[in-house]
Design a protein. Structure first.
Length: 384
């Protein structure tokens, strides 16, 4: 991951950093990536394996069979999860149609290049609500076809004009249970060097970090946005000499597993993995966690048109969302899914009602407003 985004546009900065969670899912169990003998699928997967965008092949819409849709995610285990849980369901509900899951990564740059060149080959993309706002404002996305999906299967906050919520992920307070005399319960404890001494860890990006700083500084939950950037950065500077900044999910996992840091701010998916790796020595809480949402987006001029949203509709099935959650950790967004999560896994589910009530939902509008400038200020603050 790039550590700096100097002199980049807002979209470029979002492109570099806000997709990191999806990219991290790819790494969690990447060796399980599935193979597919269908020539067209093989082509797309080979391009993804080589790191070559399919848009570079100037593929015209005619390249895609009229009975196929192309759904793009970040590869690896996400390909397997989406195929097993959602593509199979879509194909069963739409006889004669095929859903091809392409793992080459739907970055903002690729979407923009496709749309502006008039060579759009993707029908539906796995992104997040920040990108939905940013790319939608630029006229690069189709509006969500709400006549083909179930709006009630997605909380109102994630029913955007250009994006439909698909799953939850969070930044959660994580700690070593053997390191302290008492259990940390809020972000204030991450800043409490007296009662919780030792090295800590935070992300080398401001997503989910600025909010934790303001909460630690006493800002009420309902007054976090718009973020007081100066106040948040001043708070972060207070502990930067004690902080190791992680640049990847696997890096954060290793830092906590190896005891390099004793307390920190991690993606809940990685916190959950290291919790299992250490037999509970490392634990985490959803209290005051910063909640984000993945989103389905459709590039402007997608070959399949509105019928691609039938895949998103199939992916709204609560049982299939639980299947994906069990496989790679993303929290189901359909409220009906919560009751289907096994009892012993509910504490790991970012979408569980009890856990949702503890979290602060990230404001996508604020993030998309001036992402690049804010990121540069954050990087300067932790480096100086």
């Amino acid at each position: 991951m790039s550590e700096t985004t100097k002199n980049t546009s807002n979209s470029d900065a979002i492109d570099v950093h806000s997709d990191d969670f999806q990219k991290d899912l790819m790494k969690i169990l990447i060796e399980k990536s599935s193979k597919d003998p269908v020539p067209r699928r093989l082509f797309l997967k080979t391009a993804a394996f080589l790191g070559i965008s399919s848009s570079l092949y100037s593929m015209s819409p005619a390249f895609a069979d009229e009975n196929e849709i192309v759904v793009v995610n970040w590869g690896g285990d996400a390909v397997t999860a989406h195929k097993n849980a959602w593509a199979s369901r879509y194909e069963a509900q739409n006889p004669g149609m095929k859903a091809i899951v392409d793992g080459s990564g739907p970055s903002s740059g690729k979407i923009k290049a496709m749309v502006e060149s008039g060579s759009v080959t993707w029908d539906l993309c796995d992104r997040n609500n920040i990108a939905a706002v940013d790319l939608g404002r630029q006229g690069l996305l189709e509006e969500v076809a709400y006549d083909r999906v179930d709006p009630e299967a997605v909380p109102e906050a994630y029913r955007l004009k250009y994006g439909l919520g698909s799953y939850y992920y969070s930044f959660a307070l994580t700690w070593d249970t053997t390191a302290f005399e008492r259990t940390p319960t809020s972000w204030k404890d991450l800043w409490d060097l007296e009662n919780f001494p030792g090295p800590r860890t935070m992300r080398k990006n401001f997503e989910g970090q600025m909010e934790s700083a303001l909460l630690a500084d006493g800002v009420p939950r309902d007054q976090i946005y718009p973020i007081d950037i100066d106040r948040a950065l001043d708070k972060i500077k207070q502990i930067k000499e004690h902080t190791i900044y992680w640049g990847s999910g696997s890096g954060s996992q290793q830092i906590m597993r190896d005891g390099e840091a004793l307390i920190g701010n991690l993606w809940h998916t990685r916190a959950s993995i290291v919790n299992r790796e250490t037999d509970g020595r490392v634990d985490y809480t959803f209290n005051e966690a910063i909640l984000f949402a993945g989103s389905w987006l459709q590039p402007k001029g997608a070959p399949a048109g509105k019928k691609a949203w039938d895949f998103a509709a199939a992916a709204q099935d609560p049982a299939s969302q639980v299947e994906v959650f069990e496989f790679i950790g993303m929290g189901p967004i359909n409220p009906k899914a919560a009751a289907l999560v096994p009892d012993d896994l509910r504490h790991r589910d970012a979408g569980n009602p009890d856990n949702l009530a503890k979290q602060i939902a990230a404001d996508a509008e604020w993030y998309a407003s001036d992402y690049g400038t804010i990121l540069n200020r954050y990087l300067d603050a932790i480096a100086s």
